[in-house]
Design a protein around this ligand. Sequence first.
Ligand code: ADP
Ligand code: ADP
Length: 234
Amino acid sequence: QPVIDLSQVTKVYGHGAGEVRALRGIDLRIFPGEFVAVMGPSGGGKSTCMNILGCLDTPTSGTYRFLGVPVGEMTADQRALLRRNYLGFVFQGFNLLSRTSALENVELPLIYRHVPKEERHERARKALREVGLTGRESHVPSELSGGQQQRVAIARAIVSEPKVLFADEPTGNLDTATSAEIMKVLTALNEERGITIAMVTHEPDIAAWTRRIVRFRDGTIESDEANAPVRTGA
Ligand code: ADP
Ligand code: ADP
């Protein structure tokens, strides 16, 4: 069954003359283990859709099912638990705590979940190892390059073992070579760990790494196509 299942989802902001129909009846299914790029022009509805998928916003009409469960029927607390236990997020700006070590940044989601200290350290170290940051555990963000900071953010997103990782322009602040490094990390998490990934990007070279490209335009899905991933900069 799909991990994500949107059925006839609409989103309307405002009302009357100021009404904006951001999503106009979206059907989208994402299956476990997929790596999907979300593309399309500004204003097309990508952010609105990702906010709904990430349980930050709710549709005006239509249904969002996560692993078969209608998210619209959950309480706010249940949605918060779903976010915390099943979803991971990576952003363009890395959103790390600036005076906190890489290890502690990665441990943070586990502190919220009351995971005991020893297990926290162990899991955070393992996550940092997975993104290739062994030896940088005690560095604070300003001592790390942009690419390394994004790796810390990815480690933080996967330390709670999410079912789905949402990445919003994860390479938007990085140069081409560093972007390729980040895409290698995401590809490895997808292929080796089986994490389902939905990633917004404006860059065709970045979308080219994924196996499926969904294009939004004017609140509809304009195209949804399989892609043969190209691995650049190997
Ligand atoms: P992007 O093009 O990167 O998706 P946007 O400029 O569309 O970014 O939106 C950035 C943020 O501003 C989003 O979180 C969105 O909810 C909010 N936003 C966008 N358009 C409006 C608007 N007309 N009124 C209020 N908030 C908006
Ligand atoms: P994208 O991410 O593809 O740039 P968005 O989902 O941000 O597209 O925006 C889709 C449409 O919804 C745009 O017309 C945008 O201005 C509008 N919009 C987005 N967020 C808001 C908001 N919070 N309030 C009002 N309008 C919004």
